[in-house]
Design a protein around this ligand. Sequence first.
Ligand code: S3P
Length: 169
Amino acid sequence: MKNIVLIGFMGVGKGSVARAMVKRSKFIALDTDDIIESIENRPIKKIFAEEGEEYFRNLERKTARWLKKSVENTIISTGGGFYKVPALRKVGTIVLLNAPFDTIYERILSHVDAPKKLKKRPLLQDLEKARALYEERLPQYLKVANIVIDVSNKEIDSIAKEILKKVKK
Ligand code: S3P
């Protein structure tokens, strides 16, 4: 199996779906934000505040180069802007998790940890800016994806099952 790369907007459930896929398969998952936080030893929020967004985007590109060279047979969940790294398709099969912006936002707000989920995402601080970012990115997400999954009104586990079935084909 090539790697499976989960892309999509903040809060759409990439990490949760990756964890559910691990439970249903023999594969292990990695998360690009976790890799970056680990090599920097500080949270994304701090990296944005202390170094700026471009510094973070550079780390995403570095992570992508490493993934291409060194990682296979792995489920990779990514930050919402990771889809912009060059030659993403060389990392693996790209699966877009998508839902309308309001569905995603409501999903975050209904989470028990909602304040934490919002606070840790610098690009989700202003609702209208976040909505505009979603509108701007959606066509780009669709363009880069090999497989598109509509995650509205679906359980995490059934999304995981659907992806594993589709990539096996
Ligand atoms: C970002 C999404 C975040 C994180 C960073 C930037 C983005 O990841 O990488 O805050 O540009 O959409 P999640 O999609 O996991 O929230």
